[in-house]
Ligand binder design. Structure first.
Ligand code: GLN
Length: 219
C-alpha cells in the first residue's frame, strides 16, 4: 500500500497502550487520542477495553460525542473492543451507560459473568485467513441483535452449561465491534483488518475531509 493510514487509539481510559503496541508490531505508529481536535488527523479510531461507563462519561466531558459521530458519518473507520463495543452500540440491555449509537447493534454487558468468569476461546473470524484466533474474554459483552447491513464476523459456540451461541464480532461498513481483547494476544490479524478499513477511509475520495473542510485557513 502506498502510504499508511493514520490510526488513533482513544486514550481517555482503558488498555489503549496494548493496542498501540499491537499496531507497532504491524508497522503503524498510532497516536494516543486525548483531544477531540486530534480526530482530524486520523483515518481510523480504536476505542479500547476498560470501563464503558467511565469512557462514555469522559467522551461527554471532553466534547467528543458530536465530532466522533460526524467523523464516522463522513467515513472514518472505527473499532470498539469490549468496553469500546458497548460505547458505540445503539442500545444496551442495561440501564446505563447511554451508548453513542455508532453501529446498529444491541449489546448486553458482562454477559458471561464477572472477572473470575473470564475465558478464552478459539474463534473463526470472517475476513481473517488461517488458524482460528485465540480470543480473550474479560467481563465481555455480547451482541444481542443486529440491524440492517450489520455482518456478524464471529460467534462463540454454545457452552456446556447451556449458554447458547453468541455473536461477538460484527461489522458494518468501516465500523467494527468485538467483545474480546485481541490486543492481549500476539495475534495481529484483527488489527491488520482494521488497518485495511482505515486505509480504505484514507484513500476514499468521497470521504469528506473534516480537517480540510473546517481548517481555519479555508474560512
Ligand atoms: N464490563 C466492562 C464494561 O462494561 C467491559 C470490560 C472490558 O472492557 N474488558 O465496561
Amino acid at each position: 500500500m502506498q502510504g499508511k493510514p493514520r490510526i488513533g487509539v482513544l486514550a481517555l481510559q482503558g488498555d489503549f497502550a496494548e493496542h498501540i503496541h499491537m499496531l507497532g508490531l504491524i508497522g503503524i505508529n498510532a497516536t494516543e487520542i486525548r483531544k477531540v481536535e486530534q480526530l482530524n488527523e486520523v483515518d481510523g479510531l480504536i476505542i479500547p477495553g476498560g470501563e464503558s461507563t467511565t469512557i462514555v462519561k469522559l467522551l461527554h466531558m471532553f466534547d467528543f460525542v458530536d465530532e466522533l459521530r460526524a467523523h464516522v458519518e463522513s467515513g472514518m473507520a472505527l473499532w470498539g473492543t469490549c468496553a469500546g463495543m458497548i460505547v458505540i452500540a445503539r442500545e444496551l440491555a442495561d440501564p446505563y451507560p447511554t451508548p453513542l449509537n455508532l453501529i446498529d447493534i444491541g449489546v448486553a454487558r458482562n454477559f458471561f459473568g464477572r472477572q473470575v468468569d473470564s475465558f478464552e476461546a478459539e474463534l473463526k473470524i470472517t475476513g481473517i485467513e488461517g488458524d482460528p484466533m485465540r480470543a480473550v474474554f474479560i467481563r465481555a459483552p455480547i451482541v444481542q441483535d443486529t440491524g440492517d447491513g450489520v455482518e456478524t464476523l464471529a460467534i462463540v459456540p454454545a457452552k456446556d452449561d447451556g449458554t447458547p451461541e453468541q455473536a461477538v464480532a460484527v461489522k458494518k461498513g468501516r465500523v467494527l465491534a468485538s467483545s474480546f481483547h485481541p490486543e492481549l494476544t500476539e495475534d495481529t490479524r484483527l488489527h491488520s483488518l482494521f488497518v485495511e478499513l482505515a486505509d480504505e477511509a484514507r484513500t476514499d475520495s468521497a470521504r469528506i475531509s473534516r480537517s480540510t473542510e473546517e481548517s481555519p485557513s479555508t474560512v
